[in-house]
Design a protein around this ligand. Structure first.
Ligand code: NAD
Ligand code: UFG
Length: 342
């Protein structure tokens, strides 16, 4: 009762893993999700993994009345806000849908939180807010800019949070900027379940490995990187989940309010696309046919985090390796070739 957290988007990929970590850390959770990109089966499986029922409310973050009801019925100490749309290409085709969902939805949530005086907020931001970085590794003070509506929606929310912190010093607004989340729960029971053909690298590789897709296209082999392919900071979703628990613990320890606080969650190490493909093939023993293709519009050469702030402030650092990421992705994919669909 004293440590109840509202988890918006808790049925999704990162949210479901975080719910397990929250439960293990002794938090009481309520999931609020409209299931637009997730399923009840994910929640069922989380419930089985933690051997406890989960309170789930199907609802939309843009529905202020529904949110009011949730806040009236529960005494939350804070909100972890995962709910949002995340497909970059779709955001270019449907910008209004993205701004409505990600920006208006977040504002509605913050308004209801203010009404109920719940002012601890952990927001899912993204390394995408750094655009094409001038300096690597990227620290939290790096300049921000975005080139697509998805990224803009994250950046606009960050600005909203900054203004909110200035307007009212009672807010604690931790903004976690995730780098490239991959992997799955070690049980193989929950993982990433893209609706269509995946846009992101790791789910694409694993669907090639399981035979659902014929061949991976590697977008660009002429970047100024170790082997010409793009470099990213892959971070295991279980480490990411632990980062959220560390953020809440940090908030609980503070004696004064912290306002707006951005923190990178990344491993601090860059790996190339080709290195990830090679690691996946080695770890799983699966053949991953690939071809080099043109650079993908909007992609950058290299992106990896300085994870120093997370380490010094939260005492958090990534523990799991690329090998773990590949093993766990493969366990999930091979045990659930159709994701949560039976
Ligand atoms: P996901 O799509 O698996 O999870 C998002 C969840 O939010 C889904 O369960 C969806 O049904 C729910 N949702 C969407 N709109 C909603 C609404 N209006 N009301 C209620 N629920 C709603 O995505 P994820 O990968 O778990 O990402 C979680 C968050 O982290 C997102 O905000 C995303 O933008 C951010 N993020 C993700 C990545 C990544 O690569 N996965 C990287 C950086 C940031
Ligand atoms: N890639 C391929 N082939 C594919 C898919 C991706 O070569 O089929 C390459 C990309 O060109 C890029 C790298 O793999 O070089 C990683 O691409 P992803 O699409 O997996 O990830 P991005 O770095 O482009 O973006 C991801 C999320 C964004 C988020 C960003 C930072 O999709 O939402 O990480 O967190 F903002």
């Amino acid at each position: 009762m004293k440590n109840k957290i509202l988890v918006t988007g808790g049925a999704g990929y990162i949210g479901s893993h975080t719910c397990i970590a929250l439960h293990q850390a002794g938090y009481d959770i309520v999931i609020y999700d409209n299931l637009s990109n997730s399923s009840r089966e994910a929640i069922n499986r989380v419930s089985k993994l933690i051997c406890a029922p989960i309170e789930f409310i199907e609802g939309d973050i843009r529905d202020s009345d529904a949110l009011r009801q949730v806040f009236a019925e529960h005494q939350f100490i804070g909100v972890i806000h995962f709910a949002g749309l995340k497909a970059v290409g779709e955001s270019v085709a449907k910008p209004l849908m993205y701004y409505n969902n990600n920006v208006s939805g977040t504002i509605t949530l913050l308004e209801v939180m203010a009404e109920y005086k719940v002012k601890n907020f952990v927001f899912s931001s993204s390394a995408t807010v750094y655009g094409d970085p001038e300096i690597l590794p990227i620290d939290e003070n790096s300049p921000r800019s975005c080139t697509n509506p998805y990224g803009q929606s994250k950046l606009v929310v960050e600005h909203v949070l900054e203004d909110l912190a200035v307007s009212d010093s009672n807010w604690n607004l931790i903004t976690l900027r995730y780098f490239n989340p991959v992997g799955a729960h070690a049980s193989g029971q929950i993982g990433e379940d893209p609706n269509d053909i995946p846009n992101n690298l790791m789910p694409y590789i694993s669907q090639v490995a399981v035979g659902k897709l014929a061949k991976l296209s590697i977008f660009g082999n002429d970047y100024p990187t170790v082997d010409g392919t793009g470099v990213r900071d892959f971070i295991h979703v279980t480490d990411l989940a632990a980062g959220h628990v560390a953020a809440l613990k940090y908030l609980e320890q503070q004696t004064s309010n912290i306002g707006f606080m951005p923190i990178n969650l990344g491993s601090g190490t860059g790996s190339s696309v080709l290195e990830l493909v090679t690691a996946f093939a080695e770890v799983t023993g699966q053949n991953i046919p690939y071809q080099f293709a043109e650079r993908r519009a909007g992609d950058i050469a290299s992106c990896y985090a300085s994870a120093d702030k997370a380490q010094s402030l939260l005492g958090w650092q990534a523990q799991l390796s690329i090998t773990d990421m590949c093993q766990d992705t493969w366990r999930w994919q091979s045990m659930n070739p159709n994701g949560y669909k039976v």
